[in-house]
Design a protein around this ligand. Sequence first.
Ligand code: M6R
Length: 589
Amino acid sequence: MCGIIGYIGSKNVAPLLFNGLKRLEYRGYDSAGVVVSQDGFHIKKDIGKVDEINQKLNLLDISGTSGIAHTRWATHGGVTKDNAHPHMDCEEKITVVHNGIIENYQELKRNLVTAGHRFKGQTDTEVIPHLIEEIMKRGRNFSDSTTAALKSLEGSYAILAMNKNERKIIAARKGSPLVLGVSDTGHFAASDIPAFLEHTKTIVYMNDYDVAELTDNSFRVFNLLENREVQRKIDSVDWDIKQAERGDFQHFMLKEISEQVETIQKAIQQDKKILDDVIQSIRNAHGVFLVGSGTSYHACLEASYVLSKVNRMHVNVVLASEFPNYEHFLTSKSLVIAVSQSGETADVLEAVKSAKTKGSKVISLVNVIGSSLTRTSDAFLSLNAGPEICVLATKSYTSQVALLSLMSYALSGKYDEGKKKLTYLWNEVYHLTSLSVREKIKELAEKLQDKDHLFLIGRGLQYATALEAALKIKEVSYIHAEAFAGGELKHGTMALIEKGTPCIVFVSEENEKEILSNAIEVKSRGGYIIGISPKNNEIFDFWIKVPEVHNENPIVQIIPIQILAYQLAVLKGLDPDRPRNLAKSVTVK
Ligand code: M6R
């Protein structure tokens, strides 16, 4: 989704904005722009990648020490230069960048057009600078006019605004992420921390309805709901800028796959007191819901099988986008466990909102601390995976699975045993991400790269793994990949199997006989069988060896597929870090 960054201080702003935009690229975008304030506004924007726009327009060639910038992921209005942010008012005195959706923009625009405002593009955002301009015409200053304009906006926003005649940046958020960075040489505001991490680790998380005024050496926060100035805590992050850089890796995706050796270990390093409280809440609850989207949903599904098997416990696993349809079952005794890497997924936040309206307790498992989800939950556990830049969730997924697994052990009073088992995975993950395994998987990728369709089957835990594996392959290689519970193919989809149709089969000790018999059904119709299995079998046309680690199988079985998806993208000349049409955090419903 869109990314925004702004800076005001003593440093030359253009390189800060350019580097900030580069670090926001992973969120997904189709156009970008910057505006620097120096004796008027100097604006450069276009469609395309930040590097392409820089080559064309030289984004670094604007001097000045305050400015704002934006990467746009089109929602309202096509991908055009005019629709790229920053946007201006009629007189070009006000400039705005925005992430989110202004739901009442049509009505606002109609009124503004009637009042004589001229619009250049079709975005919802463009109403904001015009609205501020309109209010300023009535004699109010820039800050008051911006606050008044914000009050008339419906929908979600993270906004940065500047006035040509005043040295300040106004930063406001409601429902879209925005964080402030504080340094000796100035102030930053951005959609997320990596955008300014190389300059400061001192941050201020903004709450919804907060409006901050940033100057060179101060910041003040006003809250629109409380209608007063508020104090926000100055925090710090222990992220290292190296974690947000590719280093020697060709792509973030490969870097993040390789990091799983450490990140799985970090996921199980939890504050025992907080974990115990969470476990107690699960025990006390009358009805537990596990909620997530995409990959995070698959982690929830994995956990539901483990909880059923190990803890004899039924949990409701619900896609976040579908969750509002379940709110009729919620009571003040229900517990919602929301799982999300970003903590900013709109569907997840909406689910949490509906749970809260019923008085249910919300606990979240999140990677980005300070995100909206951590701040709206009653308690949260951190995935501790460090910044995940590639659009595809890889290390955050195995961290989710590891943490949920640790919770299941703790729930059955076997915390130490669980921790030991999960710690032991270190060796296995190290081997699975090694060059020799990657080379072997590359051979498979070469065989599959020209295929249009691919099927994946598994049973129980391996069914959830198959779903996650299919998502990985689709997202990055654009090959149609569909996952089924082993027993389901024969209920219809078998009709699609013909000579050479690839089918990936996830095998574990527990379901070996049944899933192999499903694989034989595919093989007898000409299918090409790829076994992800601890043991080889004559029916496999290609075998990838994984260890048998029982309830931890989902972790070791997904890694080869993450690598396969990566290799497919590279072989097909695609960018694994930024697949088409996708955004890292999906902040719209
Ligand atoms: O940040 P979240 O975990 O809430 O994100 C949920 C999904 O958008 C995300 O997992 C998505 O499916 C990824 N692209 C998967 O690789």
